[in-house]
Every structure is written in structure tokens, then in C-alpha cells.
Design a binder for this molecule. Structure first.
Ligand code: ZN
Length: 448
């Protein structure tokens, strides 16, 4: 790809710009080459792993494959889903679309275009690969990615129109709900809502879905969550029976099922006292304004207040209790971990198991230095014994992969409060008294 260039103006600034554009072009070509090299390496790594461990890309849920995927994710520092996509793309570029990989190697095809070409061919019969690539690839140097993607879909649909039906079925299996943070205390949950409404609503949907995941239910929790969301909107009677009295107000979905969201709000103590307007942090979202945080602390059932030190964000006290035993340690771990503690995982701690690092059966203790949240998948991976885990001071976990590489995961970091004192000379005694008056009762719950 060599853009046509007219002669420069000849001024010194024009000359500098010309040199910079040349360098930008060279650096873009280099990045494409390096990306091609990365895919080639990833695919070689896959072949070595498949030969040595019996892992197979045909079975992505197999634990040997998950070892490989977890290691790729850890070394590139990406989510495992993204690592799976890299492994898939690498294999298909090397074996199914080698001309595209050649194009990256010679700098004419960008990584983004190559990813689109591969992705849009998912499920296409191998008989069509050459035809698809031959018709689509020349446009990689001409069209920006969004238009290239549109063209890829059109070519794909023209080759195998009946496959679209199957692709939709596969896509449907991936249905789920998602909250997407937006600026200024807002978030998307199918609608642009205040962050606390969005997070609370999503937690309520999860609560209903968990209640339905019983017996021989075949759907995944993610699928049930999406179905609950749809039922509540499309058919309000689909989840729970309608009120017998037609004139009675329709209660909120959460109230109907007796489900109450449990969402943590980390509030700097001075903000809670009303003497500062430092931002609070809503779990699963991020910073929210002080007024909203104070309202949630005062009268929003289901929002659990976590008071934090105004200077370093350390947890001082938990707010109202909504958990039963052994609540105190569980809550501490949930605040400490926030998400699954495997490398790169973002599964919320509220959906994870609390794992004994040294198993209970092997005299592992039920103490914070031997406990960590792991999602179901990573719990199984750890129990398989090929990834080793060590607790370091300060809540850091050190993981050693099957190939002997080490990766660290740290406890949740919150940039709460200020690093300088909020108010010079703020009376410590007043704060102590306020804390005592507002602290939740502790030590009144049976231990383990
Ligand atoms: Zn995990």
C-alpha cells in the first residue's frame, strides 16, 4: 500500500511532516509483519502443546487446552476469551488463509483486516475458503475495516446463504446480559441509566437467574440471565405470575421474586459523614458522586456500604449486613479480590467459589492467607494441579504455569479518597465516635 504523494511544499515544516509520514508508514508495515510473526508463533505453540499434552483445538473446554489458552492470555496480558480468539485466528491464518498471512507479512494487510476476514469466515465450508479469500482480500488495501467487514459479510452470504441460519443458532447460544460503564455516573444496561440503577438491575436479573438454575436446567447462567431480561421486557408474565388484581400496581421485578441485589459501595468515611465530597466507588462500575453514594448508604436496600480510609482507601468497616455466616471473612475476601484471582480473569467474585489454596483436607486453614476467589473454570484448572499458586504478603498471588512461567495477580486496587489529608485538623475523636455509632455489629455471628 503506497499512497500517492504530491511534492512537498519545500518548507522546513513540510519536510518534517513528510519524514514523519514516511516513518508512520514504515512503522505500520513493521507492526503488520510483527503481528504475522506473532500468529505464526502462536500456531507453532499450539501444535507443540497438542503434540505434548493431548490438548486439541477441537475441544476448547478440555483442561489441557485451557492450560495453553491461559498461558497465552497470561503472556500477552489479555483476557482468556481474547487468547482463544488469537489461537483460533492464528490457526486459521496459517492453515486456511495463508495468502492473508502473506499479506500481513509483506505489510499490505493490517491485522484488523485479517481478523475480520477470518472471523467472517467462521462456519464457512472449507470448499469455499479460496473463493472467499480471493474475492475479499484485494479490498483489504482499499477499504477501511468497517466497510471491509460489510463486504466480507456480503461475499460470505453469497457463497453459502443457508449457513446464516446455523450461524444465528450458534450466536444465540452466546446470549448474555452486560452492563457497560458510561461517563458521569451513568451506565448502559439496555438503556442508559444511572450507574447504581444499572448495576442494581443487573444484579437483580442475576439473582432471579440463579434461582432458576436448578435441577436439570440445561441453559448456562449467562443464557438464563439473558432470558430473564427478555421475559421481563417482552412478556412481563413470563418470569412470575401476574398479580391477581388487575388494578394492583406491578411490583418491581426484584420485589416480585423476593430478590434483592447485593452491591458493594466503597465510600470514603469523610464522604459518608458529609464533610467531604470525594467520590465513592460502586462495585462493578467505578466512581460515583458523593450525593448518590450517601443516598445509597442511607436508604437503598441491597447496597452494602463499605467505609474506606479517606487517605489510602483501606477498608475501615462494613455497612449493614445482608449476608449470613460466615459473613465477615467472606465479605473481606470479596472486597479484597473483587474478581476471580486467576491471571487475567474478570469474573466477578460474587459469581466465584472461595478456594482453599492448600486444600482443607490437606490441613489448609480457613484464613485469608489461604483463601482466594476462583471462578468455576479456573477452580477446576487449579485443582488439576498443573498451575501452582502461592500467597505473598499483601494479598498478592503468584501463579506458576505448567511451562514454569510465573505471573502475579494483585488484590483489587481502588483509587478512593485523596492522597493528602481531606481536612487539616479534622478531629479524630469525632470520626471515631461517628464510626462507632454507624458501624455494623461485628463478632455477633458464629464463626467457621
Ligand atoms: Zn476465573
Amino acid at each position: 500500500m503506497t499512497p500517492t504523494r504530491s511534492a512537498t511544499t519545500g518548507t522546513p515544516a513540510g519536510e518534517v511532516a513528510r519524514v514523519l509520514v514516511d516513518r508512520l508508514e514504515q512503522s505500520t508495515v513493521s507492526a503488520r509483519r510483527l503481528a504475522a510473526e506473532r500468529y505464526a508463533i502462536i500456531d507453532q505453540l499450539r501444535q507443540v502443546a497438542e503434540a505434548e499434552t493431548g490438548a486439541s483445538w477441537h475441544d476448547p473446554d478440555d483442561l489441557a487446552w485451557r492450560d495453553l489458552r491461559a498461558e497465552v492470555a497470561a503472556v500477552i496480558h489479555i483476557h482468556e476469551k481474547a487468547a482463544q480468539a488469537q489461537l483460533d485466528t492464528a490457526r486459521r491464518l496459517v492453515h486456511d488463509f495463508p495468502t492473508t498471512l502473506d499479506g500481513m507479512q509483506d505489510g499490505t494487510v493490517s491485522e484488523r483486516h485479517a481478523q475480520i476476514l477470518v472471523r467472517e469466515a467462521t462456519g464457512l465450508s472449507p470448499d469455499w475458503f479460496t473463493e472467499y479469500e480471493t474475492r475479499l482480500l484485494p479490498s483489504a488495501a482499499l477499504l477501511i475495516p468497517t466497510r471491509f467487514e460489510k463486504l466480507a459479510r456480503e461475499i460470505r452470504a453469497s457463497l453459502e446463504p443457508e449457513a446464516l441460519i446455523q450461524r444465528h443458532q450458534e450466536a444465540l447460544a452466546d446470549r448474555r446480559i452486560a452492563v457497560e460503564a458510561a461517563p458521569d455516573g451513568m451506565a448502559w444496561f439496555g438503556a442508559l441509566l444511572s450507574a447504581e440503577d444499572a448495576i442494581g438491575a443487573a444484579a437483580a436479573v442475576t439473582g432471579i437467574a440463579k434461582g432458576l438454575k436448578v435441577g436439570d436446567e440445561q441453559r448456562t447462567l449467562a443464557q438464563i440471565e439473558a432470558d430473564v431480561f427478555r421475559d421481563l421486557l417482552v412478556d412481563a408474565t413470563g418470569v412470575t405470575p401476574p398479580p391477581t388484581d388487575a388494578t394492583a400496581p406491578v411490583p418491581s421485578p426484584g420485589a416480585r421474586r423476593g430478590v434483592r441485589a447485593e452491591v458493594l459501595v466503597h465510600v470514603p468515611v469523610m464522604t459518608a459523614m458529609g464533610t467531604s465530597d470525594d467520590a465513592a466507588v460502586l462495585d462493578g462500575y467505578g466512581p460515583i458522586d458523593a450525593d448518590t453514594a450517601r443516598q445509597l448508604c442511607a436508604d437503598a436496600p441491597g447496597f452494602i456500604r463499605v467505609l474506606t480510609d479517606p487517605e489510602d482507601g483501606a477498608t475501615l468497616s462494613f455497612g449493614r449486613t445482608t449476608y449470613r455466616v460466615p459473613a465477615e471473612l467472606k465479605r473481606y475476601l470479596r472486597v479484597r479480590d473483587e474478581v476471580c484471582r486467576f491471571v487475567g480473569c474478570t469474573r466477578s467474585a460474587s459469581l466465584c467459589d472461595i478456594d482453599h489454596t492448600i486444600p482443607w483436607a490437606e490441613d489448609g486453614e480457613t484464613v485469608e492467607t489461604n483463601l482466594a476467589h476462583l471462578c468455576r473454570g479456573h477452580h477446576r484448572l487449579k485443582e488439576r494441579g498443573r498451575w501452582r499458586i502461592r500467597h505473598d504478603p499483601g494479598g498478592t498471588l503468584k501463579w506458576t504455569s505448567p511451562t514454569g512461567h510465573t505471573y502475579q495477580t494483585r488484590p483489587a486496587q481502588r483509587a478512593l479518597g485523596r492522597r493528602t489529608p481531606v481536612r487539616v485538623g479534622a478531629p479524630p475523636r469525632a470520626m471515631t465516635q461517628w464510626l462507632l455509632a454507624n458501624a455494623s455489629p461485628t463478632g455477633d455471628e458464629p464463626g467457621f
